[in-house]
Design a protein around this ligand. Structure first.
Ligand code: DAH
Length: 337
C-alpha cells in the first residue's frame, strides 16, 4: 500500500509548513505547494481512479481527511496572521480619529479669472475659439503687421517695455498681436478670442497698473459688416450686464481698424451710482492688416475688438483701486469666492 503510506508524511509536512509560515504571503506559497493543483496530495487524489479497487477506498478516505486537515490548518493560520497584521497596523497608527480635522481652505478663482471665464463662455457659445500668443512679442506682430505707423507713440519706449539688448522685442502692450498670429496660422473663416496679460508703462494712478488683462476678438469671413460687429458687441454687453443695458457706440481711431468704434455702457454699481463705462475698442479690420497676413481683402472682411478685463472686475465689484487685484492679499481675494 505504497500510496497510502505516503499520505501521512505529506500531511505532516504540510501542517509543519503551515505552522512555520509567518506572513500571509508565505502562507499563500505553502497553500500552493501543499494543496495546489500540482501538489503531491492533489496528485494522489486525482489518481485514485487508477488504483486497484482494494486500494481506492482507504487511499481516498485518508487523502481526503489529510486535505481537509491541511485546509483547516491553512484557514486558522490565515485568520491568525491577518489578526496579527491588523494588530501591528493599529499599533503603528496613532491617529486619533476623534480629533477635529486640519482646516483645508479650498480657495477660489481670482475676480479677473471669473470675469475672463464668463466672457470666454459668451464667445465660445457663439462658436469662437480661444487663441494664444506670446507675452514677449516682436516688433512686427506688436506694431508693423497691425498697421501701427513708424513713430506712433505706442512704439516708443516711454509707452512700451522693451527687452534689453533685443531690438524691437517688447512685452506686448495689447493682445492685438494675437490677431496677426491667428491669421498667419490659417485661412478664413476665423472666429477667435484671445485673453491675456498686457504691459504698459502707465501706472500713473490707482486705476492703472503696468500689467493688466485684455480680451481680444477677431472675426474674419465673407460678408461681415459693421452691423455684425454691433450685433456681436451688444449681445456680449447684454450677456455680461443684463438685457436692456444702455449702450452707445462712438467713433474712434485705431491703426488696425477702419472704421473704429468704442462701446460705452451705462453701468450702475451696487450703491446705485451710474456712469458711462468704456467697455471696449473695436472696428472693421483694416485691409492693410489683411495684406500683411496674405488674406484677400477683396473677398474677406472682418471685425476686431479688445476689452479690459480688470476694468470690468473693478467696476463690477466697486473696487476703488486697481492695484488691489494684483497684491495677492487673501483678505481681499476671499471676498470674491
Ligand atoms: N488694442 C486696443 C487697446 O489696447 C483695443 C482694441 C481696439 C482691440 C480695437 C481691437 C480693436 O482689436 O479692433 O486699446
Amino acid at each position: 500500500m505504497a500510496v497510502l503510506d505516503d499520505i501521512g508524511p505529506l500531511k505532516d509536512a504540510a501542517l509543519a509548513a503551515v505552522a512555520a509560515a509567518d506572513t500571509l504571503d508565505a502562507l499563500e506559497a505553502v497553500r500552493v505547494t501543499h494543496t495546489g493543483r500540482k501538489s503531491a496530495l492533489a496528485e494522489i487524489l486525482s489518481g485514485i481512479g487508477r488504483l486497484s479497487p482494494a486500494e481506492r477506498g482507504p487511499v481516498g478516505k485518508t487523502a481526503n481527511e489529510a486535505r481537509k486537515a491541511v485546509e483547516a490548518a491553512l484557514a486558522d493560520r490565515h485568520a491568525a496572521l491577518e489578526a496579527e497584521a491588523m494588530g501591528a497596523a493599529l499599533a503603528r497608527d496613532d491617529t486619533d480619529v476623534t480629533l477635529p480635522g486640519d482646516p483645508h481652505p479650498l480657495g477660489s478663482l481670482h475676480p479677473i479669472t471669473q470675469v475672463r471665464l464668463e466672457i470666454e463662455d459668451i464667445f465660445l457659445a457663439m462658436g469662437y475659439r480661444i487663441a494664444d500668443g506670446p507675452e514677449v512679442e516682436d516688433e512686427y506682430h506688436n506694431f508693423t503687421a497691425l498697421n501701427v505707423a513708424e513713430g506712433h507713440p505706442a512704439r516708443s519706449s516711454s509707452d512700451t517695455f522693451y527687452v534689453a539688448d533685443r531690438p524691437g522685442v517688447a512685452l506686448r502692450p495689447q493682445t492685438s498681436p494675437v490677431q496677426v498670429r491667428a491669421m498667419e496660422a490659417g485661412p478664413p473663416p476665423l472666429y477667435v478670442i484671445s485673453p491675456g496679460a498686457v504691459y504698459r508703462r502707465d501706472d500713473v494712478d490707482a486705476t492703472h497698473s503696468p500689467m493688466f488683462h485684455q480680451l481680444e476678438g477677431l472675426a474674419v469671413d465673407e460678408g461681415l459688416s459693421l452691423a455684425h460687429l454691433k450685433g456681436t458687441l451688444v449681445h456680449v454687453a447684454e450677456e455680461l450686464l443684463g438685457k436692456g443695458v444702455e449702450y452707445v457706440l462712438r467713433p474712434h481711431f485705431f491703426p488696425f481698424t477702419e472704421p473704429s468704434v468704442e462701446l460705452y455702457v451705462r453701468w450702475t454699481d451696487k450703491h446705485g451710482r451710474s456712469q458711462w463705462l468704456e467697455l471696449l475698442g473695436s472696428g472693421m479690420v483694416d485691409p492693410n492688416v489683411f495684406a500683411h497676413v496674405g488674406y484677400d481683402a477683396e473677398k474677406y472682411t472682418g471685425f476686431a475688438f479688445g476689452m479690459g478685463l480688470d476694468r470690468i472686475a473693478m467696476v463690477r465689484h466697486g473696487l476703488p483701486d486697481l492695484r488691489l487685484l494684483f497684491e495677492g492679499d487673501i483678505r481681499f481675494l476671499e471676498q470674491f469666492s
